[in-house]
Design a protein around this ligand. Sequence first.
Ligand code: ATP
Ligand code: MG
Length: 563
Amino acid sequence: MGSEDSASTNFIKAIIDEDIKNGKNGGRVHTRFPPEPNGYLHIGHAKAICVNFGIAEEYGGLCNLRFDDTNPVKEDVEYVDSIIEDIHWLGFDWGDRLYYSSDYFEQLYDYAVRLIKDGKAYVCDLSPEEIREYRGTLTEPGKDSPYRNRSVEENLDLFERMRNGEFPDGSRVLRAKIDMKSGNLNMRDPAIYRIKHASHHRTGDAWCIYPMYDFTHCLSDSIEGITHSLCSLEFEDHRPLYDWFIDQLDVHHPQQIEFARLNLSYTILSKRKLIQLVDEGYVDGWDDPRMPTLSGLRRRGYTPESIRNFLDRIGVAKRESTVDVALLEYHIREELNRTAQRVMAVLRPLKVIIDNYPEDQVEELEAVNNPEDENAGVRVVPFSRELYIEKTDFLEDPPKKFFRLAPGREVRLKHAYFIKCESVVKDENTGEIIELHCTYDPDSRGGTSPDGRKVKGTLQWVSVPHALNAEVRLYEHLLTKEDPLNLEEGKTFIDYINPNSLEILKDCKLEQSLKSAKPLDRFQFMRHGYFCVDPDTTDEKIIFNRTVSLKDTWAKMQKKGNA
Ligand code: ATP
Ligand code: MG
């Protein structure tokens, strides 16, 4: 998938090339994507997916999907299902290699027993608070637990009884016996098993002790014969611990390689915070089109290609940085400019009556579907005496540079005729403009000038008797803060939620051809941007989401040279 040329994954590829040259792992390349099923995938995960599946594909290797499901309380099959759907949607497949860490619970238990037998793990009765206290800090060494020197027999006995459910939650843990004075906090006798009397979405009530993430993750990679464990930078400090487990147990040793996480401006990419947005009702679910989740982006109108192209373009680096969300928008705009049919929609309608147009006449005018695509063909749009135009395309008292409609001024109606505004009808009480009376020039059919006279404005329009009613939803960034990772003291990201992130327009008028549009079909609404049919659309109610406007803020910034 197109990442062959992206120089940016080179630091990972350089390591893999070297491994292949040295015959490591018999030249195999086997990666995996290891989500925790405790939320929906976001575009940051898409980066990890593209890196893991992309590298495997490039080297003719394999990539597993494995759910790292060690925390029964936070996990759910709903998340498992959504993750599977989203990865497939992005265009990747794991064949028959769908795994769960919970499938390895028995094996992991055996590994833990081996560590105990080798004097490398012990059952500790300190309370969670005491364990924290004993751990020390970055500047102070930790203290040994008073239970650290229990005999192997006692540890084996206690660990088995933990498994058998004899002890309450939090009363004991199994800890690795490493070094309480290590400069790396992860190495200060980390917990590897905890007691949790909770049902697991796959193993049910078979277990009341669960392995910790760090223990599970590296050993699951080992069990699956993963050669290169590609993961994000925050796991760098965990690597010594992973190496320790693998070395003590003397099992297959995958090589972990870390890369920088994706951060996006105006965007939160943390499942914990996204869950908060959903649970506290700031958005309308995980697939709200304002969410950076893959399901939200899909509903917003993003294509898998646009997301993959974006990720390809930014590449994979060793250092954290924040990418401008305008670059993501640029990629979908770029694609839809080539592929989306251009149609006419009036979002805030104002009625126009063409006084010199025959009353019952309807003309079928030809409209080009996409001037960027010769093969896109043409369609017909009906034209009649009564039309809708945008309210914002008329001003009674226009400034000089206003090239749209005004009393006595002439404009072109796209694909149709020149019209001139003759008079304005207002509501007697409110003074609000309710309709315009115009005349048309019958010799300007198709919007071409009959005598070389020029008009500056070209407006979209919709014939009143043929119009489809629709609801249109316009979006802005969910956050008003460009860099949500750097908040002011005492503030949380919730303080920066944009109150204008969603605007719902309920009285929009669309051209007739959109009647057959299906959920997730995408269009350019002339002069308004790119839009996508919302999945909640029914025969009674048509709903469109704006994917992006036509304004390319990315290109503009590039031009100014400050991107
Ligand atoms: P979050 O911080 O959103 O909760 P997570 O890392 O806890 O994410 P996991 O389900 O553990 O979520 O993620 C699976 C994989 O996706 C991990 O290997 C992780 O490194 C990677 N990943 C998560 N977020 C990003 C990101 N923003 N950019 C790149 N990779 C990411
Ligand atoms: Mg994680």
